[in-house]
Design a protein around this ligand. Structure first.
Ligand code: BGC
Length: 255
């Protein structure tokens, strides 16, 4: 098992990519805290599933935009499982609007949850890891849109681009503490965040036409990458983005 003895927090892990990452880390031996907002039943279900498979997990409600709640998330994890080795800043949110019509509060919410949430989670987790003195892993669930423009999603793209430079900068600052920081940049993964597209075959086909491998990715495929980046095998990897997008970032017009 690749994460034996490790302790992980995955934010936004009641559903989607976060849930798959938490479950995969648990299968590799990590104790995992399932962070959620609002989705208590789903979060408790993830804990039940992990425990049924012989793993250790607990669910904690914490809004990643609230400093005190994230501090409480880390404190509870440390008091329950003894330490913190892996922080996956995964909670994310988006709402599409043409730029000319996008209300400021939509922009602000995307920045708060995606970017400020990653900032808060990284800083509080890193302080704990520095205190422990033997390194750690910060992994952000970013997006292919940290680099690829997406019309009608400017706030989301700005937040994910911000995560990229936050990751690159703190990777350098935290390297002396043996804390690595990397981004996973998923493309179109079949999760609730894309419910509207999944329910509309025309739009879905348009999306698939932008993906060289021509299919949705699976949350479990993203989770495999998260486990690798969290493991000792990735000790020399920091400051980088790992795209997992079926080639979407390489799409090109043929005419
Ligand atoms: C977004 C999805 C989108 C995908 C590919 C993700 O970051 O959350 O809404 O379908 O990128 O464009």
């Amino acid at each position: 098992m690749r994460l034996e003895g490790k302790v992980a927090i995955v934010t936004g892990s009641a559903t989607g990519i976060g849930r798959a990452c938490a479950q995969a880390m648990s299968r590799e031996g990590a104790c995992v805290t399932i962070d959620y907002v609002g989705l208590a039943d789903e979060a408790n279900q993830v804990v039940d599933d992990i425990e049924r498979d012989g793993g250790k997990a607990m669910a904690v409600a914490a809004d990643v935009t609230k400093w005190d709640q994230v501090q409480n998330l880390v404190d509870k994890t440390v008091s329950q499982f003894g330490r913190l080795d892996i922080m996956q800043n995964n909670a994310g949110w988006e709402k599409k609007y043409p730029f000319l019509d996008m209300p400021l509060d939509i922009y602000q919410r995307a920045i708060d949850i995606n970017l400020t949430g990653t900032w808060i989670g990284s800083q509080i987790a890193a302080r704990q890891m520095v205190k422990q003195g033997d390194g750690g892993r910060i992994i952000n669930t970013s997006s292919v849109h940290e680099d690829l423009a997406m019309p009608t999603n400017a706030a989301y793209c700005a937040s994910k681009g911000g995560i990229r430079m936050l990751m690159r900068t703190i990777a350098v600052e935290l390297a002396p503490h043996k804390i690595t920081v990397n981004d996973i940049a998923p493309g179109a993964i079949f999760t609730p965040i894309d419910k509207e597209i999944e329910e509309n075959p025309k739009v879905e086909e348009q999306l698939m036409s932008e993906i060289p491998l021509h299919r949705w990715g699976k949350p479990e495929e993203v989770a495999d990458l998260a486990v690798f980046l969290a493991s000792d095998s990735a000790a020399y990897i920091t400051g980088s983005t790992y795209f997992i997008d079926g080639g979407m970032i390489r799409q090109s017009g043929s005419l």
